[in-house]
Write a protein that binds this ligand. Structure first.
Ligand code: ZN
Length: 86
């Protein structure tokens, strides 16, 4: 279930807390949805910054549309199918 989406509206020189791989967006989501369980959460992304964010928060990462990921998926739908089979 997707409760809300977050994005970083800043540019790199603004040194915000939400630009990946910084963890601000995840921390904000935990403030807004304290019932979230990080051990049941994942990161899906197409960039190394997404993977680094996942590492920083100890979250499982699924790479999509990338050629550099060992277990790359074609789409978020494929990730959902993979998770459903676990
Ligand atoms: Zn930002």
């Amino acid at each position: 279930m997707i409760l809300k989406t977050y994005y970083c509206p800043h540019s790199a020189h603004e040194n915000c807390d939400c630009m990946k791989p910084k963890t601000g967006m995840i921390k904000q989501s935990l403030l807004e949805f304290p019932e979230l369980q990080l051990d049941q959460s994942i990161v899906v992304g197409d960039a190394f910054t997404d993977e680094h964010l996942a590492e920083r928060m100890n979250l499982r990462f699924y790479g999509i549309n990338g050629k550099n990921y060992r277990d790359a998926f074609n789409s978020i739908l494929d990730v959902a199918k993979e998770i459903a089979h676990e």
